[in-house]
Write a protein that binds this ligand. Structure first.
Ligand SMILES: Cc1cc2nc3c(=O)[nH]c(=O)nc-3n(C[C@H](O)[C@H](O)[C@H](O)COP(=O)(O)OP(=O)(O)OC[C@H]3O[C@@H](n4cnc5c(N)ncnc54)[C@H](O)[C@@H]3O)c2cc1C
Length: 429
C-alpha cells in the first residue's frame, strides 16, 4: 500500500508545532507531526508557565554592553556566555546590537506587542475548545523589588510600559502583603500586571493539545528529520526511518530550526539559543497566588500543580554543550530572602531548555517557497505566551481567506533578515 501523503507535515511537537497542527487540522488539512522524541519534551516542557503579555520589550537593551564582562566571568550569574561559544555567538550578538538602534528597536516592540496583545484571547479560545480552560489562571503576575535604589529603575520601566499601553499597576509593600502574604515584609513594592497569568502545568498543555489533535485526525510519528527538499509537487523530508513526502511542511523545531530552514529555503536564518534553567520544588504548594519575578535577582517563581517552579537565567552556550545544572540549583539560593520563611527544596528537580531566539526578538511566522514551506519558530522567552496566536496565524497563512494576505504577519517574515524594508517580497502570502 502506498503511504498516505499528508497535506502538511509539521516538524517539531513543541507547544508551537502542536498548537499549529491542531489549527491546521481544524482547517481541514491532513496533518502528520514528526518529532525525534515524544511531544512536548523540548523547551515547552520546563518553561516558567508565565503568560507574559507584559513583556513587550526586546530580549536586550543597551545595558547588555555594560554587563558583558560579568557575563563572561560569573558562571552562576543571570547572564552567562560560554567563552568557547563566543566566536560562534559573535555574528548573532552583532545583529542583536544593531537591532538596538531606535528604528529596529521600535519595530521589534511593535511586533512583540501585536502578538502579546492577541495572546490571552487566543489562548482562551484554544483552551476552551479543548475543555482545558482551568489550566490557565488569568490572575495577573507581579514584579517585585527589594532595594530602595531600584525604585528609579522600576519607575522608569513603569513609564515605558504605560507608554506601550501595557496594563500595569504600581503596588506598595502593603498591597503585596495583602495579595501574597508569604513574601518577605522587606519588599519595597512592585508592578502588578493584571492582563497576564500563568499555566498550572505547561507540559500538560502540550499533551492535552496532542490528544485533541489526534481526535481531529492528526498523526504523530516519532522520527528525526535529517534533511528535506522542495519539489514541484510538494516536499520530501529525509528522516531516520526513511523519506516522507508531504504537500507542504511546517517547520516548528524551536531552537533547532535553522538547519532545516536552510535546506528548504536556501536562507541562513540567524537563530541561536538562550539556554534557561528551572528548579522544581514539589514540596511547595501554596506559597504564591500568581507568578512573581524579582527585578534585582532576575528570575521568576510560578505556582504550578506539581509545586513551585523557579525559572529563568540566560546562558549562551549553543545547542551541544552539556547543561550546567549548578545554574538551576542557584535559583534556590536566589529565592532566599524573598519569603518570610525559606522555601522547602526537598525533592527538587533540575532542568535546562533551549529558548529559540532571533536577534530582533521576533519569531518567524511565514509562508515561503510558493506556499510549500510554512515557518513558526524563534519565539524566544515568549513561546508559550504566543503559541495560540501563532497557531491562528499559521492557520490563516495555510488557508488564506479568499487568497488575502494575513495583515498581522508582515513583521515576522523570514526575508526581513535578507532584504531592506520596502524591497520587493514574495507575492503569494
Ligand atoms: C527556562 C525557560 C523558561 C521559559 N519561560 C517561559 C514563560 O514563562 N512563558 C513563555 O511564554 N515562554 C517561556 N519560555 C520560552 C518557551 O518555553 C519557548 O519559546 C517555547 O517552548 C518554544 O516552543 P517550540 O515549540 O518552538 O520549541 P520546543 O518546545 O523546543 O519544540 C521543538 C521540538 O522540535 C523537535 N525537533 C527539533 N529538531 C528536530 C528534527 N530535526 N526532527 C524532529 N524533531 C525535531 C524537538 O525534539 C522538540 O520537541 C521559557 C523557556 C525556558 C528555557
Amino acid at each position: 500500500m502506498k503511504p498516505e501523503v499528508p497535506d502538511i507535515a509539521v516538524v517539531g511537537a513543541g507547544i508551537i508545532g502542536v498548537s499549529c497542527a491542531l489549527a491546521l487540522a481544524r482547517k481541514g488539512f491532513t496533518v502528520h507531526v514528526l518529532d525525534r522524541q515524544a511531544p512536548g519534551l523540548g523547551a515547552s516542557y520546563g518553561n516558567a508557565g508565565h503568560l507574559a503579555t507584559e513583556q513587550v520589550f526586546p530580549i536586550a537593551d543597551l545595558s547588555i554592553i555594560k554587563r558583558l564582562p560579568a557575563m563572561l566571568m560569573d558562571p552562576l550569574g543571570p547572564l552567562r556566555l560560554d567563552w568557547q561559544y563566543l566566536p560562534r555567538a559573535l555574528p548573532w550578538f552583532t545583529r542583536l546590537l544593531l537591532n538596538l538602534r531606535p528604528a529596529p528597536y521600535q519595530r521589534s516592540v511593535a511586533g512583540i506587542r501585536a502578538l502579546n496583545e492577541a495572546s490571552l484571547g487566543a489562548w482562551q479560545r484554544l483552551l476552551q475548545s479543548i475543555d482545558c480552560a482551568h489550566l490557565l489562571k488569568p490572575d495577573g503576575s507581579l514584579l517585585v523589588f527589594e532595594r530602595p535604589e531600584s525604585r528609579a529603575a522600576l519607575e522608569a520601566l513603569h513609564a515605558r510600559m504605560r507608554q506601550q499601553q501595557v496594563p500595569v499597576q504600581a503596588w506598595d509593600n502593603a498591597a503585596i502583603r495583602q495579595a501574597a502574604p508569604h513574601l518577605s515584609e522587606h519588599l519595597q513594592g512592585g508592578l502588578f500586571f493584571p492582563a497576564t497569568g500563568h499555566f498550572v502545568d505547561p507540559y500538560r498543555i502540550v499533551t492535552e493539545l496532542v490528544e485533541a489533535a489526534k481526535a481531529t485526525g492528526v498523526r504523530f510519528l516519532q522520527r528525526s528529520v535529517l534533511d528535506g527538499r522542495v519539489q514541484d509537487n510538494g516536499v520530501v523530508l529525509d528522516t531516520d526511518q526513511g523519506p516522507l513526502a508531504a504537500r507542504r511542511v511546517l517547520l516548528a523545531c524551536g531552537a533547532h530550526s535553522a538547519a532545516l530552514t536552510t535546506r528548504l529555503t536556501g536562507k541562513r536564518v540567524p537563530l541561536d539559543t538562550e539556554r534557561g534553567y528551572h528548579l522544581m520544588l514539589p514540596a511547595e504548594q501554596h506559597r504564591l497566588p500568581f507568578a512573581v519575578t524579582s527585578l534585582e535577582r532576575k528570575f521568576i517563581m510560578t505556582p504550578m500543580q506539581q509545586g513551585l517552579r523557579l525559572a529563568g537565567t540566560v546562558e549562551f552556550a549553543g545547542l551541544k554543550a552539556p547543561p550546567m545544572m549548578a545554574r538551576a540549583r542557584q535559583l534556590y539560593q536566589l529565592s532566599k530572602g524573598l519569603f518570610r520563611r525559606d522555601l522547602d527544596a526537598q525533592g527538587a528537580t533540575e532542568w535546562m531548555g533551549f529558548r529559540p531566539s532571533l536577534p530582533d526578538s521576533l519569531p518567524v511566522i511565514d509562508r515561503v517557497a510558493g506556499g510549500k514551506v510554512l515557518l513558526a519558530f524563534g519565539h524566544q522567552h515568549l513561546g508559550l505566551t504566543q503559541a495560540a496566536v501563532t497557531a491562528e496565524m499559521i492557520g490563516e497563512l495555510a488557508a488564506p481567506a479568499h487568497g488575502s494576505p494575513v495583515p498581522m504577519a508582515a513583521p515576522y517574515r523570514l526575508d526581513r533578515f535578507f532584504v531592506g524594508p520596502g524591497e520587493a517580497r514574495e507575492g503569494a502570502r
